[in-house]
Design a protein around this ligand. Sequence first.
Ligand code: ADP
Ligand code: MG
Length: 334
Amino acid sequence: PGVVNKIAAGEIIVAPVHALKELIENAVDAGSTSLEILVKEGGLKLLQITDNGCGIQRDDLSLLCERHTTSKITTFEDLTSISTYGFRGEALASISHIAHLTVTTKTKDSSVAWRAHYLDGELAPPKPGQPAEPRAVAGRPGTQITVEDLFYNVPARRRAFRSPADEFNKIIDMVGRYAIHSKGVGFTCKKAGESSNSLAIQAQATVNDRIRQIYGSSVANELIDLHSSDDRWGFKADGLVTNANFNIKKTTLLLFINHRSVESSVIKKAIEQTYLSYLPKGGHPFVYLSLEIDPARVDVNVHPTKREVHFLNEDEIVEAICKDIETKLAAVDT
Ligand code: ADP
Ligand code: MG
């Protein structure tokens, strides 16, 4: 079973950024308004995320890394009405099979914070010979998750990472995506040992401010609002896209479905097609799109990594979104 778990974990988390994405989603799900992220060696040595969310109760810590442990589904019926993808309870379990995981957490009702270490899905002693139990420490309300030595027991995968700088770039890109999408939440991301943050977004910053800070004024100054919805297909789409004055070499698509950053080559191709007649010289847009779809209609099990997503009435929904883009591109004087 150990080997099976390790392989399963390696399928979900193939790079540090995938672990961090799960940790960001958990922190946002916990109602946090502040996320502080610390990264060492592209996340391979250390990934640490500190939030100010609801925290985890001490009694829940022993089962935290058991597969399918989740606070986000209480009955089977919830499976069809859940609003996040995070119902599977696999992320922390997976991480504990391929890294050293430490959780420090405090709920607002607790007088102390609790710290627990995990290995292969179970509570582990802080040091050999000590009891494998959470211990009381000083701390603030919220949760700090520390992931150390990712892939320490998967040497082939560990060796595949030639450049910590590349991994850090993927991390910063992902943090930026969630920072743009997560209204009311402040983000910082820093490399260990550096004095300044690589990214810092205030909780009160508007979406436009966030895009300006991360992608620059050249993008932020050219944005138009998107909105479309249709009850027949059970969707609502909101977003910001650049107008025909703007032109980059490669499409930047920040796509969220039900508040999860995902990939959809179908949506990407359709949007690029829509821009063709407006950006005739082969230019490309910047697109931030938040799509809410009845969760029962989203296929999240295409692949365990949950990155490329499909949904019912995909053609109709994509057509409606592109029609909205087209109408708004046509209305802007360029
Ligand atoms: P899922 O998100 O699918 O429920 P995870 O393995 O990602 O599964 O997390 C397991 C559970 O741990 C969550 O359901 C939640 O109860 C708790 N949890 C994880 N991270 C946090 C956090 N930052 N703050 C509060 N609770 C958390
Ligand atoms: Mg999760």
